[in-house]
Design a protein around this ligand. Structure first.
Ligand code: SAM
Length: 204
């Protein structure tokens, strides 16, 4: 059963979908929460693996989207996967929405890139912390946009209590700097609704 709701993560699902290369065979959504994005990716990829380290999140994902033939939900930690539930070098698309700030950025990026197949694409929608005046100005504009969007979508709502949330530690500038250093050639941009977009294509 799908549970439609709107929040800043859900708002950017369509962007993630647009960035998924056509003909994607194996997609992986990390930190999948209640599985809503995985259920959308399933319409465009041959096979989707959706992983979360929180068993409560995976239980919710199975309950809401377990009926999809080409999606498997896995309880796994992408940073520490001793059972090899997420094989390295296998996925030609990896997404992570509101997940990277749960870990050290450099470690997280290293793990994500190992999972990608050569030629595969990584798409991250992430959160960062306001520090500079410009950060606060952009986030002020984002709040205005968010209020306007709530008129269309109704109040923001989350997937449910089983999906752990956390505040980001790194600022926007620190995140951009680390992204440039750890993923040469990547594209990084701040989005309006308190999120950034990071896209990286793994060399063949
Ligand atoms: C804020 S929620 C976002 C959930 C979903 N991506 C969304 O956009 O609604 C972050 C999720 O990432 C998961 N997570 C954090 N670190 C993880 C890790 N190392 N491995 C797997 N899942 C992780 C959490 O359990 C949580 O469900």
């Amino acid at each position: 059963m799908s549970v439609p709701y709107w929040n800043h993560n859900v708002h950017y699902h369509s962007l993630v979908m647009k960035l998924m290369p056509a003909g994607c065979q194996r997609a992986l959504d990390l930190g999948c929460g209640d599985g809503l994005l995985a259920s959308k990716l399933a319409a465009r990829a041959t096979q989707v693996t959706a992983a979360d380290r929180a068993p409560e999140a995976i239980a919710m994902a199975c309950e809401r989207h377990g009926g999809l033939d080409n999606v498997e939900f896995v309880t796994a930690d992408y940073l520490d996967d001793p059972r090899g539930l997420l094989p390295e070098g296998k996925y030609d698309f990896v997404s992570a929405v509101a997940v990277l700030h749960h870990a050290d950025f450099t470690e997280a990026v290293a793990a994500l890139t190992r999972l990608l197949a050569p030629g595969g694409r990584l798409v991250v929608i992430g959160l960062a912390r306001n520090r500079s005046l410009l950060d606060w100005l952009v986030s002020g504009a984002g709040q205005v946009a968010s209020r306007a969007l709530r008129l269309r979508h109704g109040p923001k709502s989350g997937p449910g209590k089983g999906v752990p949330a956390m505040d980001p530690v790194l600022s926007w500038a620190e995140t951009a700097r680390l992204a440039r250093r750890t993923l040469p050639g990547s594209r990084f941009g701040r989005l309006l609704l308190r999120r950034y977009l990071l896209v990286w294509d793994k060399p063949e």
